[in-house]
Design a protein around this ligand. Structure first.
Ligand SMILES: Nc1ncnc2c1ncn2[C@@H]1O[C@H](COP(=O)(O)OP(=O)(O)OP(=O)(O)O)[C@@H](O)[C@H]1O
Ligand SMILES: [Mg+2]
Length: 556
């Protein structure tokens, strides 16, 4: 094989490698006789003038030297981050990212390096590497011809074997690959078309791609006419790629056309004009359609859901406004109710006071006067013959005293007059005395650590009523042995504490009681405390009994 022939072989090899592996740049480097440099003999993607002239280093510290001395293919994932060797200067400035290099073996020494690069990060699988090995083998065999100047029988066999391997590799690819001459006639093709077209294909050489894909089509507006545009691109040395739907084959195809002339070394013999790679992208297209349909459905659903959400949002806004109005109304009603309750308590207290004084000053005074008169009359009565009558009248006097005491008790129960006449301290003392005399089974301690003036007049009634109800509850429910009443001034607050050591109760159970079972004592205590500006706290359990603490800020 002549040197020029080998240029053509190298150029075609570079072009095929670029097309089959989808690489933007490829090159065939030949080791020069001195053994210290490699010549770029054929390539794709390099600036004009580089092919046939550029030389690369054989030093092991460089990519080309490293590849030349490696028996396995050298894969570079990212040229920018590669640390095993330096990237040769001629490769810089093309934006190359990933690449693969393989030694072209020879009988006595390496013949050179076959390499390909991409401008995007990519990996290389076993098929890619087999393809490269086959091509390197073919180049090696061709180089043998150049070295000896004659095609030996052994080499012919190797060429035939390499050609076979190469054809098997190309046939195994799922793409339809063919080389076209100047008339767009197929010069060489792999067998992938057999998978697409029904029936035997026969020899495709001399046919056009259009004839193969559209047998018998004479329609001038056929989509394949776009090939003319593409062909013009190819003739101008540019790469073209487009997609078509081939209705006859019921397939979508991606068609790539790359001129072979660009990759040729100067003076090469042009056996082909272009490499065409047809890829079946039907599945991808269908997947895209399914994806698009799902996307449209999803968008439709999102629109519906968004509309629903907007509606729900509007409804919610209306509900919020309504709720705010209701809450405002409720607050107003609550305030009114609070006011009414406070008024009710005041009215109740006044009424009690009125009835108590009526009882005390009216019936009580009258009964006392009647008793006094009867005692007087009896004193002046001379010994009488009718002793029975005197006895009868005398027996009325203690009953009248009982009635007088009863009226006083009822009157005091309704509202102790001492509260208005003497104040809270004597009233508490009186109430506790009464309590001890009646309920001797409960030991009651009372501590008063406030001055009379510390408690305002309206607060005196409140303090008394809360203490009264708390002690009544101890009698009614607590089964207590001990009770404590403590009225004290702590910092700037008046605090009333009523505590027992009784059985206690579950405060939460009060809320679940039947309406008819509900008492008003605790509710009343809380209301009285809060209406008078104080706070009410109750704690109860069966171990420590019940504790009620009410406190009011001190008046200044
Ligand atoms: N010191 C206490 N010890 C144990 N249980 C108590 C004590 N104080 C209140 N209770 C429990 O709390 C309940 C509610 O008390 P509250 O004073 O509100 O109502 P009442 O005493 O049952 O009825 P009213 O006070 O209206 O006459 C009581 O029925 C009782 O079960
Ligand atoms: Mg009660």
């Amino acid at each position: 094989m002549s040197c020029r022939d080998y240029d053509t072989t190298a150029a075609n090899a570079a072009s095929l490698i670029s097309n089959f592996l989808g690489l933007s740049h490829s090159m065939v480097l030949r080791l020069l006789p001195a053994g210290d440099s490699l010549l770029l003999q054929g390539g794709v993607g390099w600036k004009t003038g580089l092919v046939g002239h550029a030389v690369f280093d054989t030093n092991r510290n460089t990519l080309t030297g490293f590849a030349l001395s490696s028996t396995d293919p050298v894969i570079i994932e990212n040229l920018r981050t590669e640390s095993r060797f330096a990237i040769p200067a001629p490769l810089l400035g093309y934006g190359l990212v990933s690449g693969v290099c393989i030694r072209i073996p020879c009988q006595y020494q390496s013949f050179g390096v076959l390499a390909g690069f991409s401008t995007e990060q990519r990996s290389f699988n076993q098929d890619d590497l087999s393809c490269l090995r086959a091509m390197a083998g073919m180049l090696a065999v061709s180089s043998g011809c150049q070295r000896t100047g004659e095609v030996r029988r052994e080499d012919q066999e190797k060429i035939a074997q390499a050609k076979q391997e190469w054809e098997a590799t190309v046939d195994a690819l799922p793409h339809f690959i063919c080389l076209l001459d100047e008339q767009k006639h197929i010069v060489r093709a792999n067998r992938s078309l057999e998978q697409w077209v029904p029936g035997p294909i026969g020899d495709v050489r001399g046919h056009t791609v259009h004839e193969l894909l559209h047998p018998g089509c004479h329609d001038p507006s056929c989509y394949m006419s776009t090939c003319d545009v593409v062909w013009n691109e190819v003739l101008s040395g540019r790469y073209a790629e487009f997609e078509v739907e081939v209705k006859v084959l019921k397939r979508h195809l991606s068609i790539q056309v790359r001129p072979t002339t660009r990759c040729s070394a100067i003076g090469m013999k042009r056996t082909s004009m272009a490499v065409v790679v047809l890829q079946d992208i039907t599945k991808i297209k269908h997947a895209e359609e399914v994806l698009k349909r799902s996307k449209d459905q999803l968008e439709h659903l999102i629109q519906l859901r968004t509309a629903e959400l907007v509606l729900a949002n509007e409804k919610l806004k209306c509900e919020i406004v309504e709720r705010q109005l209701i809450e405002e109304e409720l607050r107003r009603s609550e305030n009114e109710l609070r006011l009414l309750s406070a008024q009710l308590l005041t009215a109740q207290e006044m009424e009690r006071k009125r009835i108590a004084s009526e009882l005390h000053d009216g019936i009580g005074q009258s009964l006392s006067a009647i008793k006094f008169c009867m005692e007087n009359a009896l004193g002046r009565w001379a010994p009488q013959p009718h002793d029975q009558d005197v006895k009868l009248i005398k027996s009325i006097i203690p009953r009248m005293q009982t009635a007088i005491d009863e009226v006083r008790r009822i009157s005091m129960d309704l509202r102790p007059s001492t509260l208005d006449d003497l104040g809270i301290i004597p009233t508490i003392a009186w109430f506790c005395r009464e309590f001890r005399s009646i309920y001797s089974n409960i030991r009651l301690d009372a501590h008063i650590d406030v001055a009379e003036n510390d408690v305002s007049v309206p607060l005196k009634t409140v303090v008394f009523r809360i203490m009264q109800e708390a002690l009544n509850n101890i009698v009614k429910h607590a089964k207590a042995e001990y009770a404590l009443v403590h009225l004290q001034k702590i910092d700037s607050a008046i605090e009333l504490l009523v505590q027992d050591d009784g059985v206690g109760f579950d405060i939460n159970s009060l809320a679940h009681r039947k309406r008819s079972d509900k008492g008003f004592g605790i509710v009343g205590m809380r209301e009285r405390a809060e209406f008078s500006g104080g706070t009410f706290f109750i704690m109860s359990n069966n171990k420590t009994g019940t504790l009620i603490r009410t406190s009011w800020p001190c008046r200044h």
